[in-house]
Design a protein around this ligand. Structure first.
Ligand SMILES: [Cu+2]
Length: 180
């Protein structure tokens, strides 16, 4: 006997309110100006379609981003001109990585809705302690989910259907000011 589709659907809907998956960061707060390892957790596909691509737009002030390669996924890195140049590792930079994308090399490499994976990049956080948002475009073949919604004010993502991934950049702890 088949379970009517609407029952299966309402079971899924009942699970969604409690931040059930989405694309979120594993580490939700980190000190300003410090290196940060951004782990994007991908808990489901677009509806039930398998994930074929993840593209992360880096927030302003996130410096020197580098992706971690993944077997079966092609990497693309897009640089962009900076609104304001900055000195990084002794060099004045006028452009920096603005976008990082992973694309499944073949359909067999795609991430099925029933499986979980993580996409990782590293970089240096802004000097300013403030919430920052990473916009993530999740592609699933012909469909996609654009995790790019940001609240008009504050950091509550309640009521947003596809919020961007939030990171709270907190003041660097006194103890960390002298780390080498
Ligand atoms: Cu979700």
């Amino acid at each position: 006997m088949k379970i009517p589709k609407f029952i299966a659907m309402s079971a899924v809907l009942a699970m969604t309110p409690a931040a059930f998956a989405h694309v979120v960061l594993a580490e939700k707060s980190a000190p300003a100006g410090a290196p940060y390892r951004a782990v994007f957790k991908v808990g489901h596909g677009c509806g039930d379609a398998a994930t074929t691509g993840i593209r992360v737009t880096l927030p302003p002030g996130f410096k020197g981003a580098k992706p971690m390669p993944k077997a079966g996924w092609r990497l693309a890195i897009r640089q962009d001109k900076l609104a304001a140049s900055y000195v990084y590792h002794g060099k004045t930079l006028t452009e920096d990585v603005a976008e990082i994308a992973w694309t499944a090399a073949t359909p067999a490499d795609a991430l099925p809705d029933a499986q979980y994976d993580e996409f990782v990049l590293v970089g240096t956080l802004p000097e300013q302690a403030a919430p920052i948002w990473f916009k993530v475009l999740q592609r699933c073949g012909d469909t996609q989910t654009d995790w790019s919604e940001v609240p008009a004010s504050g950091t509550s993502t309640q009521g947003l259907k596809s919020p961007a991934a939030l990171l709270q950049v907190v003041p660097a702890a006194k103890a960390e000011e002298h780390r080498h």
